[in-house]
Design a protein around this ligand. Structure first.
Ligand SMILES: Cc1cc2nc3c(=O)[nH]c(=O)nc-3n(C[C@H](O)[C@H](O)[C@H](O)COP(=O)(O)OP(=O)(O)OC[C@H]3O[C@@H](n4cnc5c(N)ncnc54)[C@H](O)[C@@H]3O)c2cc1C
Length: 225
């Protein structure tokens, strides 16, 4: 994970009030000049018709120091590559924010599941879920070094999962959700690789019969298939 702090007068007016909200970060492609794309009615495109390096991240904090993002160093990505080489003062752009999560005050228990991309969001959710609510957290990380200190919550039980070689991303989260207890007062929030999240959604709705309003399950990135 790489922490990036974005600054500039242009951040004036940006307000982030909900946990697990999102912003879109635009950067330049390697060895090119920074360019603001235009909206063609369907998507943002660069002047030569290519797609820009524009991806979604969770705002970690926004204050006088700037807008902080925690970006997973996964290798091979436009932004993942950019964070390895970016130097202070390089231009980029932000749009947003996108909606975050509204905590349900009637919930007795939250189950939070995510891979490394969801750690910033889960940190924020842990910070706002009431102290008397039980929280079961499952985080899938590529190796033990990726463990972070999460905000303290008096009733949270956190399990870190490192998948064994050959398992698809999110497989440990799928198993965790299958093994957890769910009742009317449970709320589930999950984010990670899109296919794993689809499987979790299917399990919650079709096997557990959970109400859609009691779940938030979001594909944060996608393995090309
Ligand atoms: C609402 C929302 C909030 C998000 N918050 C965060 C956040 O706070 N921090 C964060 O790091 N990400 C976050 N993500 C996920 C992030 O947008 C994606 O991981 C994005 O694809 C990264 O862009 P990239 O340019 O590095 O890789 P891309 O150019 O999009 O992808 C290139 C290749 O890398 C693979 N890839 C992409 N992401 C990963 C990954 N995490 N692990 C392994 N392989 C990957 C893709 O499958 C693809 O093959 C969030 C996504 C959403 C929708």
């Amino acid at each position: 994970m790489m922490r990036v702090v974005l600054g500039g007068a242009e951040l004036a007016g940006l307000e982030i009030s909900e946990p697990a909200a999102s912003v879109r970060l635009l950067v330049k492609w390697p060895d090119e000049l920074f360019e603001i794309p235009t909206w063609n009615g369907n998507e943002f495109l660069l002047a030569d018709g290519r797609r820009p390096a524009l991806r979604t991240f969770t705002p970690v904090s926004l204050n006088n120091s700037g807008l902080t993002l925690d970006i997973v160093r996964h290798g091979g990505g436009a932004i993942a590559g950019w964070v390895e080489t970016v130097t202070p003062g390089e231009p980029c752009a932000i749009s947003g924010p996108g909606r975050g999560e509204e905590i349900d005050p009637s919930a007795d228990r939250y189950v939070l599941l995510g891979d490394e991309t969801a750690i910033p969001a889960i940190e924020q959710l842990l910070g706002v879920i009431a102290d008397d609510v039980e929280v079961e957290v499952h985080l899938e990380i590529v190796d033990d070094q990726a463990r972070l200190d999460l905000p303290a919550h008096p009733r949270a039980e956190v399990t870190w999962h490192v998948p064994t070689m050959g398992n698809s991303p999110g497989s440990t989260l799928q198993r965790a959700v299958e093994e957890t207890g769910i009742d009317e007062t449970t709320r589930v929030w999950a984010a990670g690789e899109a296919a794993a999240m689809q499987a979790i959604r299917k399990h919650l709705f079709e096997i557990r019969g959970m109400a859609r309003s009691h779940t938030t399950v979001r594909g944060y990135w996608k393995v090309p298939r």
